[in-house]
Design a protein around this ligand. Structure first.
Ligand code: ADP
Length: 299
């Protein structure tokens, strides 16, 4: 099993009377693309800001690479939090020089990150002349200075046009395929579903679910069965399985909600072995979106 690159225990943060994080514990496996997913105001930025030591929690702790969080460890994390702060009157390159100094990274790395984000040709242009998308790409370039093995991006596709979104998603996947761990905060289900290997769902500062995207998606596995007059017999066989959450009847169909481990082949075989011939077997995986709406509404 992969090691956890970040481990968060019982993180709580209050802004005056508002509890922005409420006892959040999370493990982020090394070499994952970990999506922190939640509607606006759910506490994602607060969580990342505490991880980066920009904010202090009321309680809880964070370990990074197996050690208690420290300045030296955090310097190794490439980070883009919500609002990129650059000097508008300086060029892209000069802004990155300042960022490199702050991060204690060799300036020689600047051309590499500018090229990677497609900004090398515009390196001498002032930040104020950049489009929103270019500003966002410069912020991503800055996060990659020093080639960190862990990168944290808050809403990385904010302000980008469709082409830019595709490029940033490609970049995230590339970083991951180079062996890096990428943590992204996003309110976009589609983004997390397309890009991430793991997910944690936050609502009003509470952690609702976490695991691999497969596991979390697997919560919504639905089978529709029919064995005609043998439906009752079929129901009692299925009810004995560990992975079944619920069985309901809709007309001639048995609707079975199950965890992700079951496959249609296994179920078909089980029925056959018990002398039941299925006249209907259909499997569907609930999309993360409907699951997300369900958990965020009902909790
Ligand atoms: P997200 O990133 O998921 O949109 P945030 O972490 O920004 O969520 O915010 C979580 C909650 O904390 C929200 O209700 C937000 O209004 C509140 N909040 C965030 N920053 C502050 C602050 N500096 N002062 C007071 N409330 C804040």
């Amino acid at each position: 099993m992969a090691e956890n690159i970040v481990s968060i225990q019982g993180l709580t943060k209050d802004y005056g009377p508002l509890r922005a994080l409420d006892g959040v514990s999370l493990d982020i496996p090394e070499r994952s693309i970990f999506g922190i997913l939640g509607p606006n105001g759910s506490g994602k930025t607060t969580l990342l800001s505490i991880l980066m030591d920009i904010l202090y929690p009321k309680s809880g702790s964070i370990s990074i690479m197996g050690q208690p969080s420290s300045y030296e460890l955090r310097k190794k994390i490439g980070c883009l939090l919500e609002t990129p702060s650059f000097y508008s009157y300086l060029s892209a390159e000069d802004n990155l020089r300042i960022a490199a100094k702050i991060k204690d990274v060799d300036e020689a790395d600047i051309p590499r990150v500018l090229k990677r984000l497609g900004l090398y040709e515009r390196r001498a242009s002032k930040f104020s002349a950049f489009s929103l998308g270019m500003k966002q790409r410069l912020a991503l370039a800055s996060a990659l200075l020093g080639n960190p093995s862990l990168v944290v991006f808050d809403e990385p596709t904010n302000g980008l046009d469709p082409q830019g979104i595709v490029e940033v998603r490609g970049l995230i996947r590339e970083l991951w395929s180079e062996g890096k761990t990428v943590i992204i905060a996003s309110h976009l289900l589609d983004e997390v579903e397309k890009v991430c290997t793991h997910v944690a769902i936050l609502k009003k500062g509470k952690l609702l679910a976490t695991g691999s995207v497969e596991e979390v998606l697997g919560e919504g596995l639905t089978f529709k069965f029919s064995a005609g007059i043998k439906n009752e017999e079929l129901r009692s066989i299925l009810a004995k399985l560990n992975d079944i959450k619920s069985i309901t009847q809709q007309g001639d169909l048995l609707i079975v909600n199950a965890y992700g481990q079951l496959t249609a082949e296994e179920l078909n075989k089980l029925c056959f072995e018990n002398g039941i011939v299925l006249s209907h077997l259909e499997m569907s995986r609930k999309k993360l979106e409907s699951w997300f709406v369900e958990v965020t509404q009902n909790t």
